[in-house]
Design a binder for this molecule. Structure first.
Ligand code: NAD
Length: 247
């Protein structure tokens, strides 16, 4: 029961890699029991094993409502409750605007926007009756300014996540559940590994802190938003971008 999240339970989607993995690790490090959920169930399970007895891994495809119900049901069965949902599952693309076909557009929306919606809706079904809960969604700088390297489907999906999170904050706030959105800038994870060096250099050059961020630096904010320290923070959008963009 020690740590800022002692006694709490959490689901993190996209938890096999990058920001999701670091978020799961940080939440567990603060005492939470965490269900690590990812399309790559094998990596989610092995990561959970490394985090300790309180954690478990599960395969989930966030485009599938039935798999999401199973994910939430597994967390409740295993932990007895669900206090925190962190939605990090995400798909990236860098296709030039004029070459995006409808199938690619739909695939990106299905994971990033519809997937976030479905996970939040399923989590709220167990959080609202208990009168408490914390939802942290993963937006993006791309959703604020248009993609610097990302394609338009990605940028639009993340702008959608931002609006979705505000809507959840309005709907669920009266039931004791908060919803907040984190907007990472350029973060060193497999998602940006294929970025052209020139784009990376340009964005680093435009960042006052002069570097890309680390997934641990996003995870640190996730922990705060998931904890009692953020009890009156609801519908907020918090940038983690080194000053690359300031509202
Ligand atoms: P990542 O590629 O390291 O991790 C993404 C994870 O999502 C992977 O483990 C992948 O298996 C999982 N995933 C993909 N599709 C899924 C599906 N249908 N169902 C379940 N899991 C699925 O990327 P990351 O950088 O850690 O990204 C995490 C989140 O942060 C994403 O939502 C991303 O859009 C967002 N983000 C990242 C950056 C960045 O610079 N890295 C910037 C802004 C926002």
């Amino acid at each position: 029961m020690t740590g800022r999240l002692g006694g709490k339970t959490a689901i993190v989607t996209g938890a096999a890699s990058g920001i999701g993995l670091c978020s799961a690790s940080a939440l567990a490090g603060e005492g939470a029991r965490v269900l690590l959920a990812d399309l790559d169930g094998t990596r989610a399970a092995s990561a959970a094993g490394e985090l300790g007895d309180g954690c478990a891994g599960i395969r989930v495809d966030v485009t599938d409502p039935h798999e999401i119900e199973r994910m939430v049901g597994t967390a409740v069965d295993r932990f007895g409750q669900l206090d925190v949902l962190v939605t990090c599952a995400g798909a990236f693309h860098a296709t030039p605007f004029d070459l995006i076909d409808p199938g690619e557009w739909d695939r990106i929306q299905a994971v990033n926007l519809r997937g976030t919606f479905l996970c939040c809706q399923a989590a709220l079904r167990v959080m609202i009756p208990r009168g408490s809960g914390r939802i942290v969604t993963m937006g993006s700088l791309a959703g604020q300014v248009g993609g610097l390297a990302a394609g338009a489907a990605y940028a639009a999906s993340k702008a959608g996540v931002a609006a979705l999170t505000k809507s959840i904050a309005r709907f669920a706030g009266p039931h004791g559940v908060t919803a907040n959105c984190v907007n990472p800038g350029i973060i060193e994870t497999p998602m940006i590994a294929a970025w052209p060096a020139e784009v990376r250099e340009r964005t680093v050059g435009a960042t006052p802190l002069g570097r890309v961020g680390l997934p641990e630096e996003v995870a640190a904010l996730v922990v705060v938003l998931a904890s009692d320290a953020a009890s009156f923070v609801n519908g907020a959008h918090v940038d983690v971008n080194g000053g690359l963009h300031m509202d």
